[in-house]
Write a protein that binds this ligand. Structure first.
Ligand code: SAM
Ligand code: SF4
Length: 326
């Protein structure tokens, strides 16, 4: 088992399979984003070696993310290999859903259990505005395919003031009256070049609960406010599903954080909102032994940060969100 210096058991690894994406969400990356050359990214066999090492250190939950994980070649084979790794209990994915129409079934057959699908609004024009390139119908096709394939589904919406903070939030919340889904509203986080846009557009949990409650009626806390992963859950009266709020900026959940991140270029990122990273790619390519790599990972985890520095204007500048994976 892996512990950090605060006694947190770190057992959940989020792997960014690529920094590339078939969308350009306004809160995630600039439209003219430049991506890393393929040679700088972890190759399949390098990912598998690291997964074996992390599993050996007690990591049992793995989530594939990006950029957009479904645009990575061999994504189905990658899921299959990770799902077969001794010690791995859960393989999940966070995706924009655009390619799930054809990939949901093979991914489920390969061992994928859960998908979190991003859908920030049900309104086609606003969806296009938020994602710059996307068609919300493609996401719906992906959601249906995921359901047909038996994948467990959560929906993610990043809320941006002036884009989707009013009726869009209500429309998404209304879905939980008829569907057993968890719809999670994510507070926008500031990164790199897009930090000032993100900071100006943040909408807090209190504001969202007020907006939803004003139209759809009373919203009550589920499980006394215990976190489900990173989300605090609420429920509308007689709803089949739940509303999750991921408020990493205003209500960080550091005490229960069990995650580490592997960036597409092979860095171990210890906290989404802190720049601190440990390079695994260079020693891996320089021929480090399994023992040496495991030691580098364990040392990195030991120094996992606690708390972000946004109140002190310490904003992570070394990457945008698509390079870390959310
Ligand atoms: N492309 C996939 C997707 O959009 O679901 C996976 C990668 S994306 C970086 C992972 C998650 O991060 C998504 O739910 C996305 O909405 C969220 N995200 C992106 N930029 C964000 C930001 N600035 N603040 C908070 N969440 C963000
Ligand atoms: Fe792509 Fe996901 Fe970022 Fe949108 S949030 S640009 S879909 S990586």
């Amino acid at each position: 088992m892996s512990f950090d210096r605060f006694g947190r058991n770190i057992n959940y690894l989020r792997i960014s399979l690529t920094d590339k994406c078939n969308l350009r969400c306004v809160y995630c990356m600039p439209e003219d984003m430049t991506f890393r050359p393929r040679a700088e990214l972890l190759q399949d066999d390098e990912i598998f070696r690291l997964v074996d090492l992390f599993a050996g250190l007690g990591f049992h939950k793995f989530r594939l993310t990006g950029g957009e994980p479904t645009v990575r070649a061999n994504v189905v084979d990658i899921v299959h290999r990770i799902a077969q790794t001794p010690g791995v209990k859960t393989v999940a994915m966070t995706t924009n859903g655009l390619l799930l129409d054809r990939l949901a079934r093979p991914l489920a057959e390969a061992g994928l259990q859960r998908v979190n699908i991003s859908i920030d609004t049900l309104n086609p024009e606003k969806f296009k505005k938020l994602t710059r390139w996307g068609d919300v119908e493609d996401v719906w096709a992906g959601i249906h395919a995921a359901r047909e394939a038996g994948l467990k589904i959560k929906l993610n919406a990043v809320v941006v003031r002036g884009y989707n903070d009013k009726e869009d939030v209500v429309d998404l919340a209304r879905l939980t009256l008829f569907q057993p889904w968890q719809i999670r509203f994510i507070e926008m986080m500031p990164f790199g070049d897009v930090a000032s846009f993100q900071q100006a557009g943040i909408v807090t949990q209190e504001e969202l609960l007020q907006t939803i409650g004003d139209t759809l009626g009373p919203v009550s806390l589920v499980d006394g406010g215990a976190l489900d992963g990173e989300a605090r859950l609420y429920q509308l009266e007689e709803a089949l599903g739940t509303l999750g709020f991921i408020s990493s900026v205003t209500q960080p959940f550091c005490a229960t954080c069990s995650r580490a991140r592997l960036t597409a270029d092979g860095r171990l990122r210890l906290c989404l909102l802190r720049e601190k990273e440990v390079d695994l790619l260079t020693p891996l390519r320089a021929g480090a032994s399994d023992e040496e790599l495991a030691k580098i990972i364990e040392d990195g985890i030991w120094w996992k940060p606690w708390g972000h520095g946004l109140a002190q204007d310490v904003i992570p500048l070394n990457r945008v969100m698509s390079e870390i994976g959310g």
